[in-house]
Design a protein around this ligand. Structure first.
Ligand SMILES: NC(=O)c1ccc[n+]([C@@H]2O[C@H](COP(=O)([O-])OP(=O)(O)OC[C@H]3O[C@@H](n4cnc5c(N)ncnc54)[C@H](OP(=O)(O)O)[C@@H]3O)[C@@H](O)[C@H]2O)c1
Length: 270
């Protein structure tokens, strides 16, 4: 098992939820952590909970901006001299039927979830290859089995998965580790920040967040997947069953998924 001790790990979207819990997990395991997100003040406030000042770097980076992603990679190399792991975690979700949706919502989802991953990976790749390191994408069960009212979210996560799977094959012979990591429902801010039909944030969650997997547990599993160089993880048992069943009985899974989402609090099907 590879240790994370002294590895240089970039986490995008490190100001909240799974990204923050992962940054803390990596810090506890002795890594040097680069925390990136749009809110620099928040990152600086949180950094002491991640690692000692000389082992943590906070960088303001909106992943929809290619130049900022490039600057994130440059800042990391300038400070720590190498990059061992890039965790493309920054992400947003949505909740509205496609028929009601302003198309700017799908653009926003693709810009953060897909293009953010592509930009950061592009600029980090030479360093990751040098280190025979890892690139991770936070996908989702919705990137394997579509979720209604999340057309842009599902599409962006399918796209990220396709991108990562391609990258893995292209670098099969040169030691790059590529991980598509798919949590199930995990307690975080993602549903409150999710965009509605007109692009404004939902502001509330339809789920009981206390009953979901904790972001800390998710981060522990991410660390394990990194250390064991797994190529794909689907974290939720229900997600695993759904994905397997979709391959065998796709129309049945469509009907079950419809029913599941229709039962959600405030479902757009009602
Ligand atoms: N929670 C779940 O149930 C779940 C399930 C499957 C997959 N995931 C995936 O896990 C990842 C993390 O989500 P989470 O649940 O932890 O959500 P979260 O608590 O809402 O955190 C999202 C993070 O992304 C950052 N972010 C958003 N837009 C950004 C941008 N343009 N540039 C840079 N950073 C940006 C946010 O920071 P700032 O606002 O400070 O920029 C925040 O740190 C996402 O990719 C999500 O799709 C989550």
């Amino acid at each position: 098992m590879v240790s994370l001790q002294d590895k240089v790990i970039i986490v995008t979207g490190a100001s909240s939820g799974i990204g923050l819990a992962s940054a803390r997990q990596f810090g506890r395991e002795g890594a040097k952590v680069v925390m990136a997100s749009r809110s620099l003040d928040k990152l600086r406030e949180l950094a002491p909970s991640v690692a000692a000042p000389e082992r943590v770097l906070c960088v303001k980076c909106d992943v929809t901006q290619e130049a900022e992603c490039r600057a994130l990679i440059e800042a990391t190399v300038a400070r720590f001299g190498r990059i061992d792991v890039l965790v493309n975690n920054a992400g947003i979700s949505m909740r509205a039927l496609f028929a009601d949706l302003d198309l700017k919502v799908i653009h926003a989802l693709m810009d953060v979830n897909f293009w953010g991953t592509v930009y950061c990976t592009k600029y980090a790749l030479p360093y990751l290859l040098e280190a025979r390191g890892s690139v991770v994408g936070l996908v989702s069960i919705a990137g394997y089995s579509a979720l209604p009212a999340r057309s842009g979210y599902s599409a962006s996560k399918y796209a990220v998965r396709g991108f990562l799977d391609t990258l893995r094959i292209e670098h099969l012979k040169d030691g790059l580790h590529v991980l598509a990591f798919a949590p199930g429902y995990t307690s975080s801010n993602v549903r409150r920040a999710a965009l509605t039909a007109d692009g404004t944030a939902q502001g509330e969650t339809p789920l009981d967040e206390n009953r979901l997997m904790s972001a800390e547990r998710c981060a522990q599993m991410l660390s394990l997947a990194l250390r064991t160089r797994r190529s794909q993880i689907l974290l939720s048992p229900l997600g695993c069953v759904t994905v397997r069943m979709r391959q065998l009985f796709p129309r049945l899974v469509d009907r079950l998924t419809y029913k599941y989402i229709a039962r959600e609090k405030g479902s757009p099907f009602k």
